[in-house]
Structure formats: structure tokens, C-alpha cells
Design a protein. Structure first.
Length: 94
């Protein structure tokens, strides 16, 4: 997926959320806006905004943990990510 398709996807996810706000897919569409902004567009600020919007709107949703973790990891280098992952090894939280 290229940047143009990513922007189009975000627009489609927003339409789903606006047209069908009570649908079980509405929260997922909001989460995916952050995911596409992060992984396709590489726009950390936009991804943080979208993930934050999701967390505020759906604090009890199953994807909230993923959104929070994504926000924590945004902008970290591969080395920093590896350090965070390996720092947890050996603990009871693995």
C-alpha cells in the first residue's frame, strides 16, 4: 500500500465510523486509522492522535491495550524496541 492508498483507507475508516457509529466495526475502523498512519504513512504524530482518539472513545475495547502499546512504541528505533522487549525477559510479565 502506498501513501495515496493509505490516505484513502483512513478516509474510508472515518466514513465507516461516521455512518455506522454503533456498529461493532466502528471502533476497529477508528483503531485502523492509527495503524495505517503509523505503518503506511509513517506519520508518528498523526498515528499518536488517532490512537489517542481511539483510547479516549473506547477505553474498554479489546484493542485499547494495543493502541496504548503502539503509542508507547511510536518513534522508537529498532534498537530501542529490542531493549524494551528484552528488558522484560525473565520477569513474570512475559
Amino acid at each position: 500500500m502506498n501513501a495515496k492508498q493509505g490516505k484513502s483507507s483512513i478516509e474510508q475508516f472515518e466514513r465507516i465510523h461516521q455512518i455506522y457509529p454503533e456498529s461493532e466495526r466502528a471502533p476497529i475502523s477508528r483503531f485502523l486509522k492509527g495503524f495505517v498512519a503509523e505503518t503506511v504513512l509513517g506519520d508518528i504524530d498523526l498515528a499518536r492522535k488517532y490512537y489517542g482518539d481511539f483510547v479516549r472513545a473506547y477505553p474498554e475495547h479489546d484493542l485499547t491495550v494495543d493502541a496504548r502499546m503502539s503509542m508507547e512504541m511510536l518513534g522508537l528505533s529498532n534498537e530501542e524496541l529490542l531493549k524494551r522487549i528484552t528488558a522484560g525477559k525473565g520477569s513474570s510479565e512475559v
